[in-house]
Design a protein around this ligand. Sequence first.
Ligand code: TXA
Ligand code: MG
Length: 337
Amino acid sequence: MNDEVARAVQLLLAGDVIGLPTETVYGLAADATQPQAVRRVFAIKGRPVGHPLILHLAEQSWLQQYCVGDLSRAQRLADAFWPGPLTLILPKNAALVPDEVTGGLPTVAVRVPAHPLAREVIFALGRPVAAPSANRFGAVSPTTRNHVVVDLGDQVPLVLEGGPCQIGIESTIVDLSRERAYLMRPGAISAAQLSAALGEPVQKNDGLGPKAPGTLESHYAPHARVLLVSAQELWSAVRSEKRSGHVGVLALSGDVPPPEFGLEVGALNARGLVQSERLAVYAVPGGMDDAAHELYAGLRALDEVGCSVIISPLPELDGIGLAVLDRLERAAAPRTA
Ligand code: TXA
Ligand code: MG
């Protein structure tokens, strides 16, 4: 065990909360078996206590310990996708999973993360960590160590360095606690992939089905207002918003601005920020995997340069593009606070 991992384990055992990289986003982790430590996660995040956390396991065999009931459907999905960006909701073993983790629900969300550092820490700890994304409640999720340090660095004693998150958006959540399987949050693993592995259709959550507590309309929101437009309308929307504000553009799939905006097109072939007067473009030249990978970094970068509005074209409505759309829609939803 290296020194950083040993220190992480020591802190977790002492009831401290740390920043932990996963392949989706960075998490704010506590020893899930210590109610006091779990309560600190809520306090640090500013998260209402009714919003349950995900239990992160070191390996699939831990499933039988922390969940109860018929686990055959869970095993099938776990065989196919763990370790990886998939969270399952199952009836919990109330003797081992404190109410603080689940907001008093009889079910618990579980996943085995794929990031080697996360698994090493959980293995060494010998029990699961409860971890939400390591951002302040309602704000943009972190996909680098630096994002966590900027948001919460003064409140946690350690944020482990795990590099930029490979996927960049939160795990797919499937509810297996009812008769039918429901997709509660889209992610990198699609409904079609899940249905194929499960051998039964996973019901899309069309808003009529059960709602995950804590999946509020407004979420993942930067400071700037977010505007979603069709790809064809993108540059005319930029033109009109630029009259009254500092405009940021999340240019998915290599959207290139017309020459009137004075941006160097060559620079847009690389990932990152390109600016001219009152316009900042965060270029994401690749496909939808790249869009997921860069989404939160892009929203953060455009916020940082002081954009009053961030405009994004709609992503492709397929595969991980649907998960990107879900996050963009929540970022664009009317804010409650
Ligand atoms: O990729 C991820 O899932 C990241 C990394 C850190 O693992 N975690 C994450 O956690 O996104 P968080 O807390 O930001 O989102 C967890 C979601 C919430 O929407 C919550 O409502 C739902 O999981 N959830 C947790 N337990 C649940 C339960 N028992 N029933 C229904 N929904 C639940
Ligand atoms: Mg979150």
